[in-house]
Ligand binder design. Structure first.
Ligand SMILES: [Zn+2]
Length: 286
């Protein structure tokens, strides 16, 4: 079996000092970076250590600065399995991220699970063998700020897509990195058991009050605020149909989903999201 072909990493400028990199073959996955005067902050690692290593090398070579921080937006594998390539830098995220990663390391990210994965996708064997899960040492509750000269990058815990979800904001150039709080071009990824749809809506409302020119999502193209406004409007409609269904005693399978311009990446997404939302709002109304 041949190894999977991973396309080379291409650094793309979002603004003068912000970068996005993309792995199109995995649901249009993104990672990012902010280039400050004395160091670089990386945001998520892409999927595999090889990709993360190349991403880091290209950044450091291109900007002649060291990566000093790695911010992990949330605990999903596609955003952090490259973490081993950042062993020597300060890795951080929300405190809940640290808890979620510890739990995953004991439950899902075991040697047995990785062996199983290699059996299912033998072309990934070498990639999987390089994965090493490192638990971040620094966590924050609500907000964290990194300063370099007159610049600062702000990190906020939001907890929508997953309980640990956080985003990064670079006000100087009006760029925001959402992690999977936003996936552009896809029906939203709603069913993570730790996620919170109400916090998610509040996060969108708050982000819309910020001064922003570009939003770098966890998946998909870089967009402006207009996209987020439309997504928020869809989420609100979706919430209302779920609330109405609950009021009328209907189950999740009887809910008619409002129109959205994008399809789900996987078929299970919509039924699972409806079940999750129905359950969440039923409990909330008890
Ligand atoms: Zn995710």
């Amino acid at each position: 079996m041949n190894d999977i072909k991973i396309p080379p990493i291409e650094l793309k400028e979002v603004s003068t000092h912000t970068i996005v990199v993309n792995y199109n073959d995995y649901f249009d996955l993104n990672a990012g970076a902010v280039i400050l005067n004395h160091f670089i902050i990386v945001i998520d690692t892409l999927f595999y250590p090889k990709q993360a290593e190349e991403f880091r090398k290209k950044l450091e070579r291109n900007y002649k600065l060291p990566v000093r921080y790695l911010f992990i937006t949330h605990y999903h594998a596609d955003h952090l399995f490259g973490i081993a390539s950042f062993k020597d830098v300060e890795i951080f995220g929300s405190n809940i991220l640290i808890e979620n990663m510890k739990k995953r390391k004991e439950g899902n990210w075991t040697k047995e699970a990785f062996d199983e994965w290699k059996k299912e996708e033998p072309e990934l064997k070498n990639m999987i063998d390089e994965i090493e899960i490192i638990i971040p040492k620094r966590g924050f509750d609500d907000k964290y700020v990194i300063t370099d000269d007159d610049s600062q990058v702000e990190f906020y815990h939001s907890g929508g897509h997953t309980g640990c979800s956080s985003y990064a904001y670079f006000p100087q150039e009006k760029v925001l990195f959402t992690g999977d709080e936003l996936a552009v071009g896809f029906w939203p990824f709603i069913s993570d058991p730790t996620g919170d749809p109400e916090k998610w809506i509040q996060t969108f409302e708050y982000i819309l009050t910020l001064n922003i020119d570009a939003i770098v999502p966890g998946h998909g193209a870089v967009v402006g605020k207009e996209y987020l406004r439309e997504e928020l409007s869809f989420r609100t409609k979706l919430k209302n149909v779920v609330l109405n269904a609950i009021k009328e005693g209907k189950g999740p399978k009887e809910i008619e989903v409002p129109e959205f311009k994008y399809e789900p990446a996987e078929e299970w997404q919509i039924p699972r999201a409806l079940e999750f939302l129905h359950n969440y709002y039923s409990k909330k109304n008890e």
